[in-house]
Design a protein around this ligand. Structure first.
Ligand code: HEM
Length: 423
């Protein structure tokens, strides 16, 4: 039995009310538009961003917290119970997570944009509260799940990373006000590694072991090489975080090389899944997934080259851009445009009972094609803008990215419209 069959078998009985996952997806689609808009406004500063409060940092957190983390929460509270066959105990904690995290991150972004610590510090506490509650929910679900050891391992690692990225985030916010950290820059780099490669990276790699076989109608990757890739990725994360905190170039170099090994093994496993899968025509979303898979090693190599000052003055900025926009955002919007129609199809009448073929109709939406082209062009133009430190090019790239984000929001709104009961 393929993973898809066992996954789908239990799905309907573990469905949360439609407003639960889709409120997170709707929020993420809105923050996606805002992230590109704020990047457009701060384009001049963004091409040479090296941290510090201001509009560029606000754009980074509209993307990281607003799009990546919000989607990760919405997807995991619905997909994990289906994958682990363990229902969530109650729905109210998820609603509380939403009402703490989303308003909290909006205030956090305003505090960053305006460089006002009087807003930044309480907002980071509210956001941290919501995210820690999510950590509790995730831990409870993972604790009761034994059937998927590889996904479980990635889930626990992502959970530990999220607790650490929150801790560093709150410490960095407090340090803006009180200046107690021995090395703020080192803390910020560790925070980036824990958030980008740690929480989001481990979640993306872990969910790939369930979702890619499900989409390709294939069996799950072999356990041993999967666990080897997990161990290598975790080792790279530990070395990378320690290297950032110690300011050690050699530790960061070893971390990047081990990370490249983990990425190569993961990509080989995913290649095997697609090769053995029964479904060969995987559609537009897999054009984006394959692009994201290329961006992962490209990001690590760029980090290495930047570490030795060989990627130009803005090597560090380019590394951060490729990590967040090139790999993570590309992968996430690709997965989101698959899971939203899949989840939506659970809430509408099956075709046999007069329902519309929602999955295929949504998958072929013109909005997705507009988004994919704009996303690709925007990322390419912004890479050149960062290398040349050219604000005009950065504005052009951000404007194209904004059009793409609006198209994706249109797709999200269309999916939600179709599942909302009219009477
Ligand atoms: C409670 C949640 C969070 C808070 C309070 C927070 C706070 C902060 C603060 C204050 C900075 C500025 C550091 C500086 O001066 O440069 C920062 C930087 C950053 N944060 Fe967060 N953050 C949070 C969550 C996240 C998450 C989940 C991610 C990624 C997935 C993330 C990614 C980044 C990145 C990429 C930077 C720039 C690092 C650099 O300056 O090199 N943050 N964050």
């Amino acid at each position: 039995m393929t993973l898809a069959a066992s996954f789908l078998g239990g799905a309907k009985s573990r469905l949360l009310p439609r407003s639960i996952p889709f409120r997170f997806f709707a929020a993420a689609a809105s923050f996606h538009v805002l992230a590109w808009l704020v990047l457009l406004v701060s384009a001049g500063e963004a091409t040479r961003f090296r941290g510090g409060l201001g509009p560029a940092l606000a754009a980074v957190h509209l993307l990281t917290l607003g799009v990546l983390v919000t989607t990760a929460i919405g997807a995991s509270v619905q997909l994990l119970p289906v994958a682990t066959r363990r229902t969530m105990h109650a729905v109210w904690p998820i609603k509380l997570i939403f009402w703490l995290t989303v308003p909290g991150l909006m205030a956090l972004v305003v505090g960053m944009y305006e460089a006002k610590t009087g807003i930044l510090v309480p907002a980071s506490a509210a956001t941290a509260g919501g995210l820690l509650l999510f950590c509790g929910l995730l831990a409870d679900n993972l604790r009761r799940a034994g059937s998927l050891p590889v996904v479980g391992a990635y889930g626990w690692a992502a959970l530990v990373m999220l607790v650490l990225v929150i801790a560093f985030g709150v410490a960095l916010s407090l340090d803006e006000e009180r200046g107690f950290l021995p090395d703020h820059g080192a803390g910020a780099l560790a925070h980036l590694i824990l958030g980008g490669f740690g929480f989001m990276g481990m979640l993306a790699l872990g969910f790939s072991h369930v979702l890619i076989p499900m989409f390709a109608l294939a069996s799950a990757p072999a356990k041993r090489p999967s666990l080897a890739s997990f161990v290598a990725a975790s080792t790279a994360l530990v070395l990378g975080t320690l290297g950032a905190l110690a300011g050690s170039r050699s530790l960061l170099t070893v971390a990047a090389l081990v990370g490249l090994g983990a990425a190569a093994l993961h990509l080989w496993l995913m290649h095997r899944v697609l090769k053995t899968g029964m479904r060969k025509r995987l559609g537009l979303s897999f054009v984006l997934i394959r692009a994201a898979w290329i961006m992962l090693p490209v990001t690590l190599v760029t980090g290495l080259v930047a570490l030795y000052g060989l990627a130009g003055d803005n090597g560090g900025t380019l590394f951060g851009f490729l990590l967040l926009f090139g790999w993570l955002l590309t992968f996430l919007v690709a997965i989101l445009q698959r899971i939203m129609p899949f989840l939506a199809s659970m809430f509408v009448a099956p075709q046999a009972m007069g329902g519309s073929p929602i999955v295929s109709e949504l998958a072929n939406a013109r909005s997705l094609r507009i988004h994919a082209v704009c996303h690709g062009v925007a990322c390419a133009v912004l890479v050149v803008a960062i290398l040349l430190e050219n604000a005009t090019l950065a504005r052009l790239g951000s404007a194209v990215g904004l059009i793409g984000a609006i198209a994706f929001a249109w797709f999200t709104a269309d999916a939600i419209r179709r599942i909302w009961p009219t009477s």
